[in-house]
Write a protein that binds this ligand. Sequence first.
Ligand code: SAH
Length: 218
Amino acid sequence: MRPVEDKHRHQGLRHKLVDQLKKAGISDENVLQAIAQVPRHFFLDSAFAEIAYENRSFPIGEGQTISHPYTVAYQTQLLSIQKYERVLEVGTGSAYQAVVLATLGAQVYTIERQRKLFDSNKQFEWLQKQPGIKFFYGDGYQGLPTFAPFDKILITAAAPQIPFALLEQLRPGGWMVVPVGEGNIQQMKKITKLSDGATREEIFDEFSFVPMLTGKES
Ligand code: SAH
């Protein structure tokens, strides 16, 4: 069962979460505002509603997790979303991150490889009414060539290496934010596609994501 009510109490808890994120170094006001706006408890089973605003990850079924709010804020800040930008997200999961991006005005194309998670998002009425998000069931390694080029690409699962093939779906001047690493710990990277097609790599903090897997799961 999903919670569907956003009460004052939830809003208060979100503001506390935003304060924590600020203290942890998230400084982009637009990102903080989006986190303050999106009812994170809607994305979890009602069993977790009371603790949805703790700064931690939660299970969402199929062995997958909704990322830490800090991780969501961190990746979103690195993306530096401008209104109407076209963003490809690999790893829809709970769709919390997708809604945060759409709240910032992005046009979001999000892919999930687990059929059950994709179906559960399809059945979530509130989510389907959110403007600016298109949901796809497929293998994120393939991206969405028919909808390319994208201004930004976000990978929300641990990529063993930089998924270079996806860079072809990025417009020159755009960038990809991706956690890269094969073990339990990944390095957050920002890969910018330059106007001559070359790439520039910047390295940020360490995180721990579930792995980016190949193929689809039915
Ligand atoms: N953005 C999510 C975080 C989900 S965790 C959220 O806000 O909740 C990562 C998700 O990536 C999982 O749901 C997993 O099934 C998915 N995933 C892993 N490899 C993938 C791939 N190759 N293509 C699409 N989704 C993938």
